[in-house]
Ligand binder design. Structure first.
Ligand code: ATP
Ligand code: MG
Length: 563
């Protein structure tokens, strides 16, 4: 997976690892993990974390774990677990036999909690959630100690056991760490370790009615798995003292938490909560809608794992927050598809052309190059006949200056085929709409070569009418019309920035017959239109649907050139 950078420069995380290896820390082991909460589908931001963690493990001959952070029974579903497994696998990250669940550690965490109680470092609190909040204080004011903070060890052990046994209703008691209510860091003001929640868990069923908090679970899970470098996003920086405190009290293996800046992308929201809102409110067709920044959406759109890995490689990793131009992601994709995608002809808005001097009963097979960037891709034969389709936009009855395509009396080249000249335009008497063109061809221009050195300015793609396959094509644009979708007018929700033109469906498209055998997920360049892939959800035998993966215009390459 991915290419290791050949440059000497190392990012700040690898610098820390190099230093640790130099000092012989962790017996010179490197062990990372990716810890998703199964409460939604993974997005391109998670891909950055997956590439970073699994890339480091591979680079240092270390290990990489996949661990579901499944501590919240209410929000988590098996559907999410399955999709996450598929996505991480698709990105090429290999957890080998190390697939774990935080819920695997519920017994161990319970044991650890009992130890902290016995050491006088945790207590059962009767304060309700809103009271805990009130007692916690603010950034400028210290918190107040709970009146229940000084219970005896025996009383705490007894109450905690009764909590576990299900003797109390939801929310009535919590187990809290006894740290420092006056700490400048609010996370250290006696954080909650356990809450009562009588809820069924997707893995542990009804075994537990107390569930551990994220902070209590995360570091201990890292420790149990022997993780050496626990890499996470910067919002956890303020939690690091707590991460360290728990491990120090327990005197167990102590991984180092390292924070990096999360990926932000223009025209994109990357938050599972917001992505879920888009799904639940029906703004998109599902988590894998091809406009979604989820791994599943990108895959269905036609993205390759290689392009995503290349992107993650190029953006690198830093501590400071930044926003990446989505044009870079598209650039990585274009570069790859330019190398790998077969060029084919597809007419999205067809206009019939009849070649009057072409024999009625003849079909010629003309040779077409599959990929000029890759000679080994070879050639294929494309049928040509008297009636063909061209793009409506490739004809103008009254052409403006610089329009070099077909017009009355004008000659153009049909790609791989012949020169044709437009003689006559047929219009619908009632609507005035152009219904067909009558042309003549030059038999001496076979293959599209000029017979006598005369030049034509336009080259058009086409498909033979009798051989074309009818398909539906979806043209996608950014889901949001604003570079930063979270900036809204007044109190408006971010959905007010949805781009109303993010999807255009074209139902009467014609593609060349070589595509008949294409399979879901296959990618092509439709000449002059962009890269497309066969939709993997809607396509079935006999009816193909194509998604536009990305257009041909590379705005990133232009930005690079200007630099
Ligand atoms: P979201 O904020 O989208 O809901 P999350 O952080 O709650 O995501 P988790 O399942 O907890 O989702 O994330 C798993 C891992 O992915 C965490 O280590 C988290 O730091 C990392 N991660 C999440 N979002 C990004 C991002 N935009 N860029 C890089 N890493 C991310
Ligand atoms: Mg999270």
């Amino acid at each position: 997976m991915g290419k290791e950078k050949e440059t000497e420069s190392v990012d700040f995380i690898r610098a820390i690892i190099n230093r640790d290896l130099g000092n012989g820390k962790n017996d010179r082991r490197v062990h990372t993990r990716f810890p998703p909460e199964p409460n939604g589908y993974l997005h391109i931001g998670h891909a950055k974390s997956i590439c970073l963690n699994s890339g480091i493990a591979r680079q240092y001959n270390g290990k990489f774990n996949l661990r579901f952070d499944d501590t919240n029974p209410a929000r988590e579903e098996t559907e999410y677990v399955e999709s996450i497994l598929e996505d991480v696998r698709w990105l090429g990250a290999d957890w080998e036999d190390r697939l774990f669940y935080a819920s695997d550690y519920f017994n161990k965490l319970h044991e650890y909690a009992v130890k902290l109680i016995k050491d006088g470092k945790a207590y059962v609190d009767d304060l309700m959630a809103d009271e805990i909040r009130e007692y916690r204080g603010t950034l400028t004011e210290p918190g107040r100690e709970s009146p229940y903070r000084n219970r005896t060890v025996e009383e705490n052990l007894d109450l905690f056991e009764k909590m576990r046994a299900g003797e109390f209703p939801d929310g009535s008691l919590t187990l809290r760490a006894k740290i420092d209510m006056a700490s400048g860091n609010i996370n250290m003001r006696d954080p909650v370790m356990y809450r009562i929640k009588h809820a069924e868990h997707h893995r542990t069923g009804n075994k537990w009615c107390i569930y551990p908090s994220y902070d209590w679970t995360h570091g201990q899970s890292d420790s149990i798995e022997g993780i050496t470098h626990s890499i996470c996003t910067v919002e956890f920086e303020d939690h690091r003292p707590l991460y360290d405190w728990f491990l120090d009290q327990l005197e167990v293996h102590h991984p180092q938490q390292i924070e990096f800046a999360p990926l932000n992308l223009t025209y994109t929201v990357l938050s599972k909560r917001k992505l879920r809102q888009l799904v639940e409110e029906g703004h998109v067709s599902g988590w894998d809608d091809p406009r979604m920044p989820t791994i599943g959406g990108l895959r269905r759109r036609g993205y390759t794992a290689e392009a995503i890995l290349d992107f993650c490689d190029r953006i690198g990793v830093a501590k400071r927050d930044s926003v990446v131009d989505i044009a870079l992601l598209e650039h990585c994709l274009r570069e790859e598809l330019n190398r790998s995608a077969m060029r084919v002809m597809a007419v999205l808005k067809p206009l019939k052309v009849i070649i009057d001097n072409y024999p009625d009963d003849t079909v010629e097979e003309l040779e077409a190059i599959n990929n000029p960037e890759d000679e080994s891709a070879g050639t294929r034969m494309v049928p040509f006949s008297r009636e063909i389709y061209i793009e409506q936009d490739d004809f103008r009855e009254d052409p403006p200056k610089k329009f070099f395509r077909l017009a009355p009396g004008r000659e153009v080249r049909l790609k791989h085929a012949y020169f044709i000249t437009c003689d006559r335009v047929v219009t619908d008497e009632k609507t005035g709409e152009i219904t067909e063109l009558h042309c003549t061809y030059d038999p001496k221009s076979r293959g599209g070569a000029s017979p006598d050195g005369r030049k034509v300015k336009g080259t058009l793609h086409w498909v033979s009418a009798a051989h074309a396959i009818d398909t539906e094509v979806r043209l996608y644009d950014y889901l949001f019309g604003k570079e930063d979708p979270l900036v809204t007018d007044g109190n408006a929700d971010f959905t007010s920035n949805l781009n109303p033109d993010s999807l255009e469906v074209l139902t009467s498209c014609k593609v060349e017959p070589s595509l008949a055998e294409s399979k879901p997920g296959d990618r092509f360049q439709f000449l002059r239109h962009g890269y497309f892939c066969v939709d993997s959800v809607d396509s079935k035998k006999g009816k193909l649907f194509f998604n536009r993966t990305v257009s041909l215009r590379d705005s990133w390459a232009k930005i690079e050139k200007k630099k």
